[in-house]
Write a protein that binds this ligand. Structure first.
Ligand SMILES: [Fe+2]
Length: 166
């Protein structure tokens, strides 16, 4: 994103949502298979999923929480309303993610399978709300100066060292 005047910072976040939705579809298809096993496919897929969710997706959440939401909160507040709801869902996501990846780490595939659906449902719906409600609202409300501010903060987070969160 080289020209913040032309592109909205939400474009980058929307693009990242596409990768997350792809992962959700891929893993949901895997968990829908009849056989529950510790086959290499499960180990590889879930190890890869947890790394992606704890690094790239954690950074995506950080960009929303530290760059976009504070600016949007100036218009809609952060105690109630859409930003408050999104923050609450981020917390729920973290709790479900920790549960899921702990089960992956201990190769407890029964728990992985039962942790997956609530995790994927929450994250899928959350992304849908951001794409259809929150981001269009941000695009309408934010002025050019605020867009640049959000863009710069997001760039700084992109450049920061990747620290896996669990
Ligand atoms: Fe998001």
């Amino acid at each position: 994103m080289s020209n913040p005047e032309l592109m909205h910072p939400t474009d980058e976040l929307k693009k990242e949502h596409v990768s997350v939705l792809e992962l959700l579809r891929e893993i949901t298809a895997l968990t829908a298979t009849e056989q529950l096993s510790s086959a290499t496919e499960w180990v590889d897929s879930f190890d890869r999923a947890c790394i992606f969710l704890q690094t790239d997706v954690a950074r995506h959440f950080e960009k929303e929480e530290k760059a976009l939401f504070p600016v949007l909160a100036k218009y809609v507040g952060n105690q109630t309303g859409p930003v408050a709801v999104m923050l609450q869902e981020h917390e729920q996501h973290q709790a479900l993610l920790s549960q899921l990846c702990a089960a992956v780490q201990s190769r407890d595939w029964g728990s992985v399978r039962s942790a997956w659906n609530p995790f994927a449902q929450l994250l899928g719906l959350h992304i849908m709300k951001e794409d259809s409600v929150l981001f269009p609202m941000a695009e309408r409300l934010m002025n050019a100066e605020e867009r640049t501010e959000v863009h710069n903060k997001m760039e700084a987070i992109n450049r920061s060292i990747e620290i896996p969160m669990s």
